[in-house]
Design a binder for this molecule. Structure first.
Ligand SMILES: [Zn+2]
Length: 306
């Protein structure tokens, strides 16, 4: 069955790129509504934006959606991952600025508050997207692929010159709440050299050592160090889960990302939906529903840092 949140959930925090304080509320929504954003600070014109792949603007640093009136919401990927990972299918997310709060740079706070408020079952069946044949996109040395599998599996490979990140590989099935246990607390990471350049260009103005893991060569500059030895690749998997949820439904298939990012994952969804023979919608029976990312998640499974 589809799920929504039991009650409205409020957050406030700083936008990573704007540096401005944002207030955000996740409201319950009816079955088959999907996930929508609404900008409450836009008083004239269309302030509604669907959380959907076909309204994503191509950006390197975060995932931004834009409606036909030109209204945007940036950095939606972590809250989308939290909704996917806790099995919330329907929600209206209101915010009074152009960017979702970055919080600690992970999805842990979103997950903690969603599970604390509770997730309630609705009266309609979940429709999932079953991958029938592999689809792939490549840009330079980066590749993203979706291929057939019984449940959503996310596999990622990264390699960075900075020894603090280096080469990291991880593969994880998303059933049985593994997103909440294994991925949700992994933070955004960036290289000091890139941070300096972003600041010089007026970007990442809200970025601090409290909401991103900053690395410089072999050194971790953020106080407290890492939450996981391979936190960087775990965060890339978190981003992938959030970006894939813009498909509009849970995906039954395997995602493989090699040096991929937000823009490539979006290109992958565009490639998928351009090939109707590569997927089909399936109504989830009890067996399939038990394999979806949010099935069987318990509040007690949230990592201690949240
Ligand atoms: Zn991220």
């Amino acid at each position: 069955m589809q799920n929504t949140v039991r009650s409205s959930i409020r957050f406030s925090g700083t936008g990573l790129h704007s540096g401005k304080t944002v207030h955000m509320t996740i409201h319950p929504a009816s079955a088959d509504y999907g996930v929508w954003f609404r900008r409450t600070d836009i008083l004239l014109g269309d302030a509604m934006l669907p959380a959907r792949w076909d309204v994503v603007e191509q950006t390197a640093l975060c995932t931004r959606i834009k409606n036909t009136a030109g209204v945007t919401v940036s950095t939606i990927e972590h809250v989308m991952a939290a909704l996917a990972g806790t099995g919330v299918h329907n929600a209206l997310i209101e915010l009074d600025g152009p960017e979702v709060p970055i919080l600690d740079g992970s999805a842990a706070e979103f997950v903690r508050v969603i599970l604390k408020a509770g997730v309630v079952q609705q009266n309609e069946t979940v429709r999932a997207i079953e991958i029938l044949r592999p689809v792939s996109v490549t840009r330079g040395d980066a590749t993203a692929t979706l291929s057939p599998a019984d449940e959503l599996n996310i596999e990622f490979h990264i390699d960075f010159e900075d020894a603090a990140i280096g080469v990291q590989d991880k593969s994880l099935g998303m059933a049985n709440g593994s997103f909440v246990r294994e991925l949700c607390d992994s933070r955004t990471f960036c290289r000091k050299i890139d941070v300096d350049q972003m600041h010089a260009n007026g970007l990442a103005l809200g970025g601090t050592l409290e909401n991103a893991v900053v690395v410089d060569g072999a050194d971790i500059l953020s106080p407290g160090g890492l939450r996981h030895q391979d936190e960087a690749v775990r965060h890339k998997m978190l981003d992938a889960l959030g970006d894939l949820y813009l498909a509009g439904a849970p995906i039954l298939g395997k995602y493989t990302g090699i040096r991929a990012g937000h823009s490539l994952t979006n290109a992958l969804l565009r490639e998928l939906f351009a090939n109707p023979d590569a997927y089909r919608f399936v109504d989830c029976d009890r067996t399939i529903a038990a394999r979806l990312p949010g099935a069987g998640v318990h509040f007690g499974e949230i990592p201690a840092v949240a």
